[in-house]
Design a protein around this ligand. Sequence first.
Ligand SMILES: NC(=O)c1ccc[n+]([C@@H]2O[C@H](COP(=O)([O-])OP(=O)(O)OC[C@H]3O[C@@H](n4cnc5c(N)ncnc54)[C@H](O)[C@@H]3O)[C@@H](O)[C@H]2O)c1
Length: 345
Amino acid sequence: MVRAVMVGCGQMSNGWLTAIRETDALARDIELVGFVDLDPDLAAERAAQHGFTSAKTGSDLAAMLEALAPDVVFDIVVPQARRSVVQTAFAHGCDVLSEKPMANSLEEARELLALARETGRTHAIVQNRRHLAGIRRMKALIESGELGEITALHADFFLGPHFGGFREEMDHVLLLDMAIHTFDAARFLLPAEPTAVYCQETNPNGSWFSHGASANALFDCTDGATFSYRGSWCAEGAPTSWESSWRVIGTKGSVLWDGNALIEGAVRDGDDGFFRPTRPAALPEETPLEATGHAGVILDFITARAEGRAPLSVNDDNIKSLAMTFAAIESAETGRRVSISEETT
Ligand SMILES: NC(=O)c1ccc[n+]([C@@H]2O[C@H](COP(=O)([O-])OP(=O)(O)OC[C@H]3O[C@@H](n4cnc5c(N)ncnc54)[C@H](O)[C@@H]3O)[C@@H](O)[C@H]2O)c1
């Protein structure tokens, strides 16, 4: 049984709590003993709404951790509060599973990484898209060698959500709030790391966001591979999936993936002709996952702790996805190509 305190009881906490309640292994193995929010009424409301009636609720995280001495902290606060929440949790001997982004800046992420190493604590970050059947099947396909050596990944992300609230007021909204998911998915799929980026960011005419609703980014990767990202959060009509729409090109063939279940492609099957003959790419079977999305991340986190291994989106891996985001922002602001390799050391 893992004893957990949840901090940050806003919108996203509902997704976590539903995942925990509805996933047998999580409902069985996690005891939510405390709920904390700057607004103590919200903490109490959230605990009651999901049936955690005997949990303690309040607004002071340090006092709650002092009183309850939990094993882990589930951190779902806004990015600006992440550093102090994680520091407080580490100071009380807790491992932490944080919502994305890992930190509000790369400097803060480096600080948290150093502190985790110093205190011997596990810190993992929610990258829920790593825990979906489609991406696991794509990863298996790439690792099978069917496409040969991967030379390019292309991701399109075009949606027109009207969130209201903070997203419509913030700077770099697409890159900061959403693109981290697609960038992390690219790193998960590609057996190479991004080394540099050139990014152009715009806020197109008609955008209902105040800044940066669209971006085009070109990443260079180790081994000569490239990753291109075209994204917009103010594209009305013809939506892609939230997981983006992908084209993966290898030395033997190409595959299209809609971000959901549809994967189709072809590989070269002969050496003659203007266009060489092709055959349909052989796709691996879909492997069913015990838990998906947020439930998958939480299950991986508690299982990894029990097994003494690193979770899938552990801090020293996730900081590399965060570095892609901040390098893309720096490139957009300066108009220069920005090196990433030094930023993650
Ligand atoms: N993984 C995903 O798909 C996904 C989706 C949406 C949001 N998120 C992330 O989840 C996090 C929370 O987003 P949200 O939509 O729930 O925001 P929200 O504003 O609805 O909720 C955040 C809550 O944190 C509380 N809070 C802030 N600072 C605090 C502190 N120091 N101590 C205690 N409580 C504090 C606020 O009072 C608020 O209730 C963000 O980092 C966001 O990027 C992730």
